[in-house]
Write a protein that binds this ligand. Structure first.
Ligand SMILES: [Zn+2]
Length: 481
């Protein structure tokens, strides 16, 4: 007499709703009785999705009982209750062959011991799977249609920057998004921005603090630029890809512009770019990816490889790193500490100069008269100094006048920077000494890097002259202008 295991599974596919476990079990028990077998055990899994990769604990327990010889027949309602994938079905067929297990289903005779019975089982399994796939496809089509119609997708926490209706902008959150966008585009790292947000107690819609991964997802989403994004969900896929397909424009009010959003999406999804900000050794190489090898090749053009940080005998250096297969020449290296200092001095000197500030601030053709005011104040300062030198005014008069002009100058410079959307530089620009102090004491590596990235496109590094110990002329700055 066969010892039977009854296997039941609830799922939403096929006749799911009308076919609860109780009904499946009752039908199976009736079949067992007709056959004159006995029920050894009932295994029931609650498995909502048709072919999710979710484990089925009762299923696994049943397979174990087959292997142990505790049961030698399996009864189920339909083959699609038993297996979800062709692979699972083949597993059952193999097990049936090895242990002589008999299979019976309420909906029809299947004899896994004969070739034709196996074929029937395979066909039934394939048909059930096809049905499940059709259903998944229908659902995906529906989601896509909703997306194209610009329907607001429901469920989950509200998106940051928008109210519960997912359309109304929450202004203070929108300000944070705009600020983060600018800082990311200037090259500040996600973790640095997250630390800053935490210090300011800026929280996510769920009330937690921002983590680099969540911030990255927010800033890469097309939603914040008013666009609807659709990510097709494939079966077995556990993590959503960062970027989906943009299927509709101007669906709800934008927080950042489409241009900014596209730049962010490119930046955040580019692993090369992301690697520039990584520092696996724990030491930050401030200038990796910014220093560019300028050793001439045989044809006279420069190598052009972006240099990266690598220690040699414990001394951090930037090198044109030649790995097999890369076009890097491997011929240029410079000591990191000395180079970082030199570049810092050059950049702070440039930032303290009116010319650089002027170039930085007028690159967007936003001349609002500030440039003229700044130039005038600078001229005034110079004239005051001359008058003081010629004793036309007293030292006290000179100091008093200078204080007024300098204060106005600082304000106008800050305004000018703000207009061009360089918030990292805003609040940083000052005298060379001030900036040097702040650079050393209050900036973190990521902020320093952002300032470098905002002021230079790249810095060419020419090969060292063996006769010179340290040669600042090796460095050629390609200023942002
Ligand atoms: Zn090179």
């Amino acid at each position: 007499m066969r010892k039977v295991g009854i296997y039941c599974r609830i799922s939403q596919d096929r006749t799911g709703a009308g076919l609860g476990v109780a009904r499946q079990e009752a039908d199976c028990r009736a079949l067992v009785e007709r056959r004159g077998w006995t029920v050894a055990d009932v295994y029931a899994d609650n498995d909502v999705s048709a072919y999710s990769g979710k484990r089925r604990p009762q299923w696994e327990r049943m397979l174990e009982d087959i292997r142990n010889g505790f049961i030698d027949a399996v009864v189920c309602w339909h083959i699609d209750r038993l297996t979800r994938t062709p692979l699972e079905l083949e597993g059952v067929i193999a097990l049936a062959e090895r242990h002589g297990v008999e299979l019976a289903t309420v909906t029809g005779e299947i004899d896994l011991a004969t070739p034709s019975g196996k074929m029937v089982a395979r066909m039934l399994g394939a048909a059930a799977r096809g049905e499940a796939e059709h259903k998944a496809e229908r659902q995906a089509r529906q989601r896509r249609q909703n997306a194209e119609m610009g329907k607001v997708s429901g469920g989950g926490a509200r998106p940051y920057g928008y109210a519960e209706d997912r359309v109304t902008i929450v202004e203070d959150e929108a300000d944070i998004i705009r600020e983060v966008a600018k800082r990311m585009l200037l090259g500040e790292s996600q973790s640095s921005i997250c630390r800053d947000l935490e210090e300011r107690d800026v929280r996510t819609p769920k009330g937690g603090y921002w983590k680099p991964t969540t911030l990255r997802r927010l800033m890469a989403s097309a939603r914040i630029s008013g666009r609807r994004e659709h990510t097709p969900r494939k079966s077995f896929e556990t993590t959503r890809p960062l970027l989906g397909e943009i299927v509709a424009d101007a669906v709800w009010p934008e927080i950042i512009t489409v241009e900014q959003s596209d730049q962010l999406r490119a930046l955040l999804s580019d692993p090369d770019r992301a690697a520039l900000f990584a520092h696996p050794t724990g030491r930050t190489y401030l200038l990796s990816g910014i220093l560019t090898c300028a050793k001439p090749k045989d044809d006279g053009t420069l190598c052009g490889w972006r240099m990266s940080g690598r220690p040699k005998s414990g001394t951090p250096r930037y090198v044109c790193h030649n790995t097999p297969g890369s076009p890097a020449c491997g011929g240029t290296a410079t000591v990191a500490s000395r180079t970082d200092e030199h570049v810092r001095d050059m950049i702070l000197t440039a930032l303290a100069s009116p010319e650089m500030l002027h170039q930085l601030t007028t690159k967007n053709d936003q001349d609002t008269g500030l440039a003229a005011l700044i130039a005038e104040d600078e001229k005034d300062l110079a004239e005051l100094a001359v008058m003081a030198a010629k004793k036309q005014i007293t030292r006290a008069e000179w100091m008093a006048a200078r204080t007024v002009v300098e204060k106005r100058l600082e304000e106008n410079r800050a305004k000018q920077v703000r207009q061009t959307g360089a918030p990292m530089l805003l609040g940083f620009i000052g005298t060379f000494e001030d900036m040097t102090q702040r650079w050393k004491k209050s900036l973190n590596d990521s902020q320093r890097r952002a300032i470098v990235a905002a002021t230079v496109h790249k810095i060419n590094v020419y090969p060292a002259d063996p006769r010179k110990k340290w040669d600042p002329d090796r460095f050629e700055f390609d200023w942002v202008a």
